[in-house]
Design a protein around this ligand. Structure first.
Ligand code: ADP
Length: 304
């Protein structure tokens, strides 16, 4: 998943705990191997290669991921769109490479999840344009942390925390008190002089919930000419990264929802993002804008 995964569980038998952690690791690897757009043999790569030629039958799980993506696409008026990848895959953040305006223009018509046709009876996926590519990076990690927590809960674990990059799902509490989950200061991340404590802009007490943060600091480079930050969250309307927000965190019961919602809210920006999150029961958001202002959805603010 191109990120660090960590899991903590409370167990009184070290050997059994180690075995469970091994199962968690295997489950994360399975999800990565299935949905990585960079592995030519992944199921996702197969769909990207073939779905414009003929409908491709996919697994129950793959189908559910696409359905969820389309649900968030509709709720966010297209801000969350897995076909962003039709242009998005031309960015290479490690090599500081971005597509030219002409390249974006040529591929932008392929962005739009209306170009994805699902067939519930055959559980198949079809793309109406051969330029369409999808990427599930905006929801696969949230799904993966949920899946790991389900596995642990089924094995009788009562207290656990599983993180993959910006997505964390908690099981129970931290044995008698809440888990304390940090939200990073988007401009201190990775600064070598800072320790973990100092890198957090706030810490939130949480029990049994999920939190996902989308930030402009996870994968980015600074464009030599414009001095603009070019990062990995793409506005499907422009094919380029957005610049209103530094980070958006979403808190709620499931990582499968918090992960795509944080990406959607990041693209929408504060006003439209707030409007969306207020309509989704049980989910709250923390917005950190480029100007440094921190804003909260209504469930996190004390009534006046
Ligand atoms: P991370 O935890 O890696 O920061 P995010 O939840 O912030 O992940 O989602 C960013 C990822 O979502 C990108 O790496 C990319 O795979 C995908 N993505 C980027 N822009 C969009 C978009 N507009 N709609 C859906 N997915 C997107």
């Amino acid at each position: 998943m191109g990120t660090e995964v960590s899991a903590r569980i409370h167990h009184d038998q070290a050997e059994e705990a180690r075995l469970l952690l091994k199962h968690v690791r295997e489950e994360m690897q399975r999800i990565d191997n299935t949905y990585s757009p960079y592995k030519p043999n992944s199921e996702l790569s197969r769909v990207n290669r073939l779905a414009s030629q003929a409908p491709q039958k996919v697994s129950d799980e793959f189908y559910a991921l696409i359905k969820k993506a389309l649900w968030v696409y509709e709720r966010s008026a297209g801000a969350f769109d897995i076909t962003y990848a039709s242009v998005g895959h031309l960015y290479n953040y490690r090599k500081a490479e971005a597509p030219t305006d002409d390249e974006i223009k040529a591929l932008k018509p392929a962005i739009g999840s209306v170009g994805i046709t699902l067939n519930d009876r055959h559980q198949s996926v079809y793309f109406s344009d051969e330029r369409i590519k999808i990427d599930l990076g905006g929801l696969a990690k949230g799904y993966a942390v949920d899946s790991a927590i389900t596995l642990l809960a089924k094995s009788g674990i009562k207290h656990a925390s599983v993180s993959a990059g910006g997505d964390t799902r908690l099981l129970g509490d931290y044995v008698g008190r809440p888990w304390m989950v940090g939200i990073k200061n988007p401009r201190l991340v990775g600064a070598s002089s800072n320790n973990w404590e100092e890198q957090q802009v706030m810490k939130i007490p949480m029990i049994n919930e999920a939190i996902s943060t989308s930030g402009d600091y996870e994968r980015f480079f600074i464009d030599d000419d414009t001095r603009e930050r070019v990062h990995h969250i793409i506005d499907p309307g422009t094919g380029k990264s957005t610049n209103e927000m530094m980070s958006v965190s979403v808190i709620g019961p499931e990582g499968f929802n918090t992960d795509p919602l944080s990406t959607a809210l990041f693209v929408l920006g504060f006003e439209k993002g707030l409007e969306l999150i207020e309509k989704i029961p049980g989910y709250e958001a923390i917005f950190i804008r480029r100007d440094g202002q921190v804003k909260y959805s209504s469930g996190l603010v004390n009534p006046e």
